[in-house]
Design a protein around this ligand. Structure first.
Ligand SMILES: Cc1ncc(COP(=O)(O)O)c(C=O)c1O
Length: 324
């Protein structure tokens, strides 16, 4: 299944890069990506953020990342609903309505011609007059960009599973400081976690909270014990991929519990996998240098992985972009 998905994906990438006159996107200035800034669409690498935007100066923003796979948006409305909730929690009023944001994102993808895309939409606090410290006086701004699909764990690694650590140094920012259900870019803890993972010979960090429960990285985490799945129920982003994995698992008849997951329980898991829009269902077969279960991608992870990618062509959860 991975090899079929990989072949299709690599063939689409190759056809985009081809410049044989038959490819309408070969001379497209947006072929490497497009961005929406101040109401205009520009090539992604020319996009600029104003210095005084509080998104840049204070990380005062929220964002969301839907994706397009094989020319189809996946669960776009779920991502937009989460963006709306995040904005409401931060008391941000985006300058565009949700239906307009939806149209704008589709238009961005269409312009690039990219068939497997990472789509990022950011709502910032925007600007205030210099010297003013009252966030109510700022005018929110919106930015977006579309670039080729990004893999937190490359497909080649997904075949055998990746390596993770539970961080000892970095701890997840507590919900009382930054509400983790608001998708945010206060990434100090996550970046620290990545450095720790690399220092310890692994690729991906899992951050614990102060109570010794695992939280997340820039992905959600699932553990499987005797066919029962657990994933942290609080202190994390309510991932759209997590939701899809939960729905698939329940449809398969497996029990799933959104609950506290003590770090210790990861070491007795038969299987561990991560979930994110940027990479999908990502098996972890090495944790803190030791094999997870039998050290191979397990049957539960494999089945959820397969169903996850199948669902990308299901019209109930996805729709085709009209590239014109
Ligand atoms: C902190 C964090 N947790 C979880 C996720 C997974 O969310 P989703 O499945 O909606 O992409 C992300 C995605 O970027 C994230 O940044």
């Amino acid at each position: 299944m991975i090899s079929t998905l990989r072949q299709g994906y690599e063939a689409r990438l190759a056809s985009l890069a081809k410049d044989d006159g038959a490819n309408p996107f070969a001379s497209n200035p947006f072929a490497q990506g497009a961005a929406y800034v101040r109401g205009e669409i520009v090539p992604a690498d020319e996009a600029m953020v104003p210095l005084f935007d509080l998104g840049f100066l204070r990380s005062d923003l929220t964002y969301d990342v839907p994706a397009v796979w094989d020319g189809r948006f996946f669960r776009l409305d779920d991502h937009l609903a989460r963006l709306e909730r995040s904005c409401a929690k931060l008391r941000l009023t985006p300058p565009l309505s949700t239906p307009r944001i939806r149209e704008m994102l589709i238009e961005l993808v269409r312009k690039t011609g990219i068939r497997d895309a990472y789509v990022d939409v950011i709502v910032t606090r925007g600007r205030m007059k210099t010297g003013v410290r009252d966030p109510r006086q700022a005018e929110a701004a919106i930015y977006a960009f579309v670039v080729p699909y990004i893999w937190i764990m490359p497909l080649a690694v997904q075949e055998t599973g990746g390596s993770a650590i539970v961080t000892r140094d970095a701890r997840r920012t507590p919900p009382g400081s930054m509400d983790p259900t608001v998708k945010n870019l206060q990434w100090g803890d996550l970046t620290r976690g990545f450095f720790e993972a690399f220092d310890r010979g692994a690729s991906l960090p899992l951050l614990p909270d102060a109570d010794g429960n695992v939280t997340e990285g820039c992905y959600n985490v699932f553990a499987v014990h005797d066919g029962v799945l657990t994933t942290p129920g609080r202190g994390v982003l309510e991932g759209v991929t997590r939701l899809t994995a939960v729905e698939i698992a329940r449809a398969e008849g497996w029990s799933v519990s959104l609950t506290d997951v003590p770090v210790g329980s990861l070491y007795t898991a038969d299987e561990i996998f991560l979930s994110s829009t940027a990479g999908g269902i990502m098996p972890i077969t090495t944790l803190d240098g030791a094999p997870v279960g039998g050290g191979q991608v397990g049957p539960v992870t494999r089945r959820i992985w397969e169903r996850y990618w199948d669902l990308h062509s299901d019209p109930k959860l996805s729709f085709a972009v009209d590239y014109g």
